[in-house]
Write a new protein. Structure first.
Length: 634
């Protein structure tokens, strides 16, 4: 979302030059540097001295060549006579009379009598540290404290100059957009025509409220955009900002929460206050579930700061007067976790559901994203849309971008059908990778995938086979791809059972060919068991259990929510359900093994072909299996 234009700033979007902040640290750092230089010069100005071994020192004392000494712990400092300096000093031409020596750790009882005998002046050792060390230790903490204070003050000044304040935590982080600054309009949003009609009506209400008030209509206070990720909720909000002639404030719900208690509620108050000043206005809150979750849910209880923020949102939405044209637009992909107080009439009055697009909508979305992409004549977007069942709007945008990247890698001038095919395989199947398989493992993968392919080819209710490959993609060693003939919204029992038979085809083929199974069917068994559990427990597709919807297999949003809910069925019924699922899996696997045994020739022929070519299309599979059947009939 682009930031609003400031009338004091240039119209070309560039920021006006900020006033220069004087460097308040310069005098402080200059003073510190001069002080340290002075201390260094003090230390450098000390007279040079000669270092003597302890034996040399006693020898000089015995020879009467030591004039005075200062004893301090193990250190012995003093001055030599002129003859001593000439004897023990360095050969520099200038006698050095000052010396330094270190006493051994063992006490020498002869030292003091020797010094007194030679009439050496013994001076007292200075107490404490040198004056310059005391000065540093006394003033350095204050210098560091002042430097830290100046640093914080400078940071606050920079923040204020850039438009913020040192204590602006309670200010709203909502970004204000205008129509002239947004590049996205409703023409850039495709595939959600019903949602666009709803939004167009709301925008018209904001522009000309008298037309509706004349008929006694009251503008909704809130609209909730609901849908899976990637279905265009945020894109629709950007388009509204581009279409509306009213101020548009946008913010993510997570931006309300800070480390300080009460900041979220303060920011909500500030945001609504700013919107009231510029009414009519639109407020868009993205990812509403970040603060709108059910209060006090889960094992951990509630979150006080988040709940205060939610309460403030509810209070502000209740506080709208009839003459205040303010609309709150929110988006979430988790409507099941929202607090019920948010969803009641008078707050979020309307709920617009954005589902995954159907075939015609996918084609319209592809046409929008392919406007700036040079397409080759062989690209048919309607065919691409037909082969992308289940794709969201974000997936389709990614598909077009991946196809363009593929064309760029191959140095093409246009994006052709092959680029879209590779991009689709990359998104659905994963990136091709190298796997160093042995000959036995490669053959096992081939028979496994051919078992899936034959079941998908012959089962009447199964989705049509699209591609068969033993080239590793993603985490899979091989892939059998199926594409639905059309978009499905309900599933029959026969379709689901044929789907499970296809899942069990790989394991059954291994059992027929090798007499044992491998670990390659782990994910197939997991998905088949999960699907059967839902068929028996949720959809009532079992004669022995009966038409009961028990919620078995549902995913619980909150940790521990299922622990507080009463159990819907007894232990006896749970045992019956488990037995039914097991019996159904065993029965379906037995049917799959029997079917593949009858079609063993097709299984061998298809396995040999895929080991030779590595990838077979649906036409290739049909040709191979039809040829085997023709030979059998002949």
């Amino acid at each position: 979302m682009t930031a609003p234009n400031d009338p004091k700033k240039p119209d070309n979007g560039s920021q006006a030059p900020q006033p220069a902040i004087p460097n308040q640290y310069s005098f402080l750092w200059l003073s510190a540097a001069i002080f340290l230089m002075f201390l260094w010069l003090q230390d450098a100005g000390q007279p040079r001295q000669t270092e003597l071994a302890y034996s040399q020192f006693k020898e000089a004392v015995t020879a009467g060549q030591v004039e005075s000494v200062t004893l301090r712990n193990e250190e012995i400092r003093g001055q030599l006579t002129e003859s001593g300096a000439a004897r023990f000093g360095p050969d520099t031409g200038t006698p050095v009379r000052d010396f330094l020596s270190l006493r051994p750790p063992v006490e020498d009882p002869e030292l003091l009598p020797l010094l007194e005998q030679q009439q050496v002046v013994i001076r007292g050792a200075p107490s404490g540290r040198p004056w310059w060390q005391e000065l540093i230790l006394g003033f350095l903490p204050w210098i560091l404290l002042l430097a830290l204070m100046f640093w914080f003050w400078g940071a606050a000044q920079r923040r204020m100059t850039q438009g913020g304040g040192a204590l602006d935590y309670a200010k709203s982080r909502a970004r204000r957009a205008r129509k002239e600054t947004s590049t996205t309009t409703l023409d850039d949003v495709a595939g959600i025509e019903s949602a666009k009609r709803e939004i167009t009506e709301i925008i018209d209400f904001l522009k000309s409220p008298e037309k509706y008030r004349r008929l006694g209509a009251v503008m909704p206070k809130g609209i909730l955009l609901v849908g899976p990720p990637g279905t265009g909720k945020t894109l629709l909000a950007r388009a509204i900002a581009g279409e509306a002639d009213v101020p548009f404030f946008s913010i993510s719900a997570s931006e309300f929460i800070e480390m300080f208690v009460g900041v979220g509620a303060a920011r909500v108050r500030d945001m609504f206050q700013n919107a009231r000043k510029e009414a009519p206005a639109l407020i868009f809150i993205d990812e509403l579930d970040a603060v709108g979750r059910s209060r006090g849910a889960g094992l951990g209880g509630g979150h006080d700061e988040r709940e205060q923020t939610l309460n403030q949102i509810l209070t502000e939405m209740d506080g709208f007067e009839a003459h205040e044209n303010i609309l709150v637009l929110a988006a979430t992909n988790r409507p099941d976790v929202l607090d019920t107080a948010l969803l009641r009439p008078g707050r979020f009055d309307r709920k617009i559901t954005l589902d995954r697009p159907h075939k015609e909508a996918r084609q319209a979305i592809l046409e929008v994203h392919a406007r700036k992409v040079p397409l080759a004549p062989d690209v048919d977007l309607a065919q691409v849309a037909a082969r992308t069942t289940g794709f969201s709007g974000a997936d389709l945008k990614n598909l077009v971008n991946e196809a363009a990247l593929t064309a760029a890698r191959e140095n093409l001038d246009q994006v052709n059908e092959h680029c879209f095919e590779l991009a689709r395989d990359r998104i659905i199947l994963g990136e091709e990778r190298e796997a160093h398989l042995t000959a036995e493992e490669r053959e096992s993968v081939a028979y496994h995938e051919c078992g899936h392919a034959i079941m998908a080819y012959y089962m009447p209710k199964a989705d049509p086979l699209t591609k068969l490959t033993i080239i590793p993609h993603g985490m899979a060693m091989g892939v059998t791809e199926q594409t639905p003939r059309e978009d499905k919204y309900t599933y029959t029992e026969s379709y689901l059972k044929d789907r499970i038979r296809v899942m069990l085809g790989g394991r059954s083929a291994e059992k027929i060919v090798y007499g044992e199974v491998s670990t390659g069917a782990q994910n197939d068994l997991k998905e088949a068991t999960k699907l059967l559990r839902r068929m028996v427990g949720q959809w009532g597709m079992s004669d022995s259990v009966g038409p009961m919807g028990l919620g078995i297999g549902e995913e619980h949003i909150f940790l521990g929510k299922e622990m507080g809910a009463p159990r819907e069925y007894s232990e006896k019924l749970a045992e019956m359900i488990d037995s039914e699922i097991q019996a159904q899996l065993v029965k379906l696997e037995s049917e799959t093994v029997s079917f593949l045994t009858e079609h063993r020739e097709q299984l061998d022929a298809l396995a040999q072909a895929v080991m030779k070519q590595e990838t077979l299309s649906a036409g290739d599979v049909d040709e191979i299996l039809s040829g085997v059947e023709a030979r059998k009939r002949a």
